[in-house]
Design a protein around this ligand. Structure first.
Ligand SMILES: CCCCCCC[C@@H](O)CC(=O)SCCNC(=O)CCNC(=O)[C@H](O)C(C)(C)COP(=O)(O)OP(=O)(O)OC[C@H]1O[C@@H](n2cnc3c(N)ncnc32)[C@H](O)[C@@H]1OP(=O)(O)O
Length: 722
């Protein structure tokens, strides 16, 4: 890489007589910048004054052929320091606010003077110096400013209340200046250094002090003030030759009331506190305007949800998943690399990688919601010690979900049934993505010993099981479960101790921890999928099952299947005992594809070479010309990002060789092939086929170098939304 230089630039470094500031000044001076070396020459606590420090640094810069001038003003009179730059060099481009002092005392002992002095040097000093340079930066439409914060400010540190407050104040100052400077090409960033300096000399242990050389941090700041540096409003923590970005994140938060008409009370705040502080889905907010948008969205969601809920108590939650979750789940329901047709459920690099349909039941489980417990009739209770999964239903409504995403789930109890000795809670879930319903589930939770309260025995709102035909099954698939099946399955999110804790299992009357009902169901559903659905999850419309008897890990499951139209009835038996464990179950398919028909010879892939046909390019170009705006956002998707890397890639060729080159692989050696028919490619270019949809429907496949293919996949997805 060419040396990054500062020729023609003028830099002011405050507190540059020693430590970090000195290193910044020496580095910039050695790279062609004219440097104002500011230092008051005071002691660490700000007392005293001397010209020696700054003069010495100026001498060192000049000795190496650089240009520098000393400045002995206090940063509190920042305008004088900037004047030194203008008087000597006629301009200013870079300002590093580095000067600082310490007045450490435990909080109770901090005097007004300790407080004021620390604030004067750090806050007022950075304010005055930056403000004096600001108008010049604005006029010349160029400026690079670095504020110096500290982990004591970001995190607090015993005995440094004054220093911490001032240091975090500087982050706030930088944040606002980054916004105000944006349109004038003024970049304002914050460095959080931990270095051996006069400030830390007898604070750090000697061995650490030795290692934390300021010259390991100076290049980080050097880059942050270079003209090629694009970042602004960043907080960069650096020490010991490491650098890392740090930023504040904001949790999803929670509404503090059920309906817009309800009051907020101290009690409702307490009730929702766990969600208020839940950082699971926390995000970094880039701009203050995002907070407003986010609040408006939240308010809208809150109102929409409250309308949907009416008088019904619902529980709303979000559920995020990624490829790792899908693979883990697939292992939990017995998929194995031993079976090649399972690979697409296990390996995110597989060109047909896809989620098993039963995986999506999990987002509808609302395990953490107290809704069943809260819906029990007076005197009855439900908890992990007395519930069993009784039945499960799932029905896909929209496009088959992708291999990663975030859902919003609404769960609510539709009925509590009285089955005599026991109760059954019927729980509905609706699962939304981007406010669109994509599937729904229903679970029956059997609550042992809690019946007899005079409630209804059946519910019109419950999806019924369907008894299997009375003939011999059309097919049977057997699979032995592993001893660790439940231990593995639970990692997908059902941590009910019944499935892992021997004491809990004994208390509930089982010889050992039992298998999750959904693990048994997942295994049987896989059998149906492979046998009659062409192993294609998107072929599944709905699935229903009743758990009739518990299964123990290690048991062999035999899934018996009957085909009736597009419905595949099934029941599952434990081979060792002959017990039926899943009954009345079925999978509704879009189309039955029996195993023989479902395993055709692999379709002949359309070679990447086909994409390079000149005739096809000519056609695409023609389409693009007809509607350039549309094509730019759709057909251009692919290459836009590749071009972002700064390489010249011929547009509209969709040439993945170029992508490989972009990734730094040897030229002319394509590492990725793209499989797409000429018609589909044309359709993408003309805007009639969304690449995201094409990717989802398997019409567009990327394979080869897995890392690269993975990168390209998300590019398609994210850009398709533009
Ligand atoms: C929101 C948070 C949710 C979190 C939930 C999930 C947490 C998970 O960790 C829990 C699990 O995975 S548990 C493991 C899987 N489930 C099981 O092993 C249950 C197996 N089933 C049984 O043991 C019995 O069927 C049993 C005990 C359920 C019923 O047996 P019996 O008492 O003998 O019932 P029976 O006399 O045959 O019938 C009585 C009435 O109940 C209905 N019924 C029977 N089985 C049902 C079942 N599985 N689900 C729903 N209803 C069921 C019958 O139809 C009958 O009603 P009716 O007289 O009105 O026809």
């Amino acid at each position: 890489m060419d040396q990054l230089r500062f020729d023609g630039r003028v830099a002011v470094v405050t507190g540059a007589g020693n430590g970090l500031g000195k290193e910044y000044a020496l580095l910039l001076g050695s790279r062609g910048a004219k440097v104002v070396v500011n230092d008051l020459g005071g002691a660490r606590d700000g007392a005293g004054q001397s010209a020696n420090f700054a003069d010495e640094v100026v001498k060192q810069i000049k000795d190496k052929g650089g240009v520098a001038v000393a400045d002995y003003n206090s940063v509190v009179e920042g305008e004088k320091i900037i004047k030194t730059a203008i008087d000597n060099f006629g301009r200013i481009d870079i300002l590093i606010n580095n000067a600082g002092i310490l007045r450490d005392r435990s909080f109770a002992k901090i005097s007004d003077q300790d407080w004021d002095l620390v604030f004067a040097v750090h806050m007022k000093g950075s304010f005055k110096t930056t403000q004096a340079a600001w108008e010049i930066f604005k006029k010349q439409k160029y400026g690079r400013v670095v504020m110096t914060s500290s982990n004591a400010g970001l995190l607090g540190n015993f005995g440094q209340a004054n220093y911490s407050a001032a240091k975090l104040g500087l982050v706030g100052l930088a944040n606002t200046l980054a916004i105000e400077g944006e349109k004038y090409n003024i970049k304002v960033n914050t460095i959080v250094p931990t270095a051996a300096s006069r400030l830390t000399q007898d604070i750090l242990p000697p061995s650490m002090f030795e290692a934390m050389k300021p010259d390991l941090i100076a290049p980080v700041v050097g880059y942050m003030v270079h003209e090629s540096f694009e970042g602004t409003g960043l907080i960069i923590d650096s020490t010991l030759g490491f650098a890392t970005k740090t930023h504040l994140v904001r949790a999803e938060g929670s509404a503090l009331r059920k309906k817009p008409t309800d009051p907020v009370t101290i009690e409702s705040v307490k009730q929702n506190w766990d969600k208020v502080v839940d950082m699971k889905d926390a995000k970094h907010i880039q701009k203050i305007s995002e907070v407003t948008v986010n609040l408006v969205d939240k308010l809208q969601d809150f109102e929409d949800r409250s309308k949907m809920d009416g008088d019904r108590e619902s529980y709303w939650t979000t559920y995020s998943y990624n490829s790792k979750d899908l693979s883990l789940y697939a292992l939990g329901v017995g998929a194995s690399v031993v079976n090649p047709s399972d690979l697409k459920f296990l390996y995110e690099g597989h060109e047909d990688f896809v989620a098993l349909p039963t995986y999506f039941i999990l987002a509808g489980m609302c395990m953490e919601a107290p809704i069943v417990a809260q819906s029990m009739p007076p005197g009855k209770h439900a908890d992990f010690t007395n519930i069993l999964h009784g039945e499960q239903y799932i029905e896909f409504v929209g496009d088959y979900p992708r291999t990663e995403g975030t859902f919003t789930t609404r769960c609510y109890v539709v009925d509590i049934l009285d089955k005599g000795s026991s109760a059954v809670a019927v729980v509905n879930s609706e699962i939304y993505q981007d406010k669109e319903l994509i599937y729904r589930t229903q679970q029956h939770i059997f609550v042992l010993g809690q019946g007899g309260f005079g409630g209804p025995r059946a519910s019109k709102l419950a999806t019924e099981v369907a008894p299997a035909p009375k003939r011999k099954p059309d097919a049977v698939v057997e699979q032995r479960t592993a001893e660790d099946q439940a231990a593995l399955y639970r990692l997908s999110g059902d941590y009910n101790p019944l499935h892992i804790d021997p004491n809990m299992a004994t208390t509930a009357g089982h010889p050992k921890p039992i298998l999750h009902g959904l693990a048994t169901l997942g295994i049987s559903a896989r059998h149906v999928l492979a046998k009659y659905a062409g192993n294609n999850p998107a072929n599944v419309k709905a699935l229903k099952a009743r758990f009739v008897k518990p299964v123990l890990p290690g048991h062999t499951l035999a899934t018996e299947m009957w085909v009736e139209g597009t419905r595949v009835h099934f029941q599952t038996k434990v081979k060792e005992t002959g017990n039926v464990v899943i009954a009345g179950a079925y999978v509704d398919l879009k189309k039955v594809e029996s195993a023989a028909a479902a395993a055709p010879a692999a379709p002949a892939p359309q070679s990447a070479g086909a994409l390079k046909s000149d005739a096809l390019f000519a056609k695409i170009t023609e389409e693009v010309k007809k509607n350039p705006a549309k094509a730019k956002s759709i057909g251009g998707v692919f290459l836009y990002n590749i071009l972002d890397g700064g390489k010249t890639v011929k547009q509209w060729t969709l040439d993945l060789k170029a992508a490989a080159v972009f990734e730094g692989s040897p030229k002319g050696k394509p590492e990725v092939t793209m499989t797409v028919s000429d018609e589909d490619l044309l359709a993408i270019a003309s805007g009639s086929l969304n690449p995201q949809t094409a990717f989802m429907k398997g019409k567009l496949k990327i394979a080869g170098n897995i890392m690269l293919a993975q990168k390209l996949g998300p590019l398609l997805k994210s850009d398709a939304k533009l």
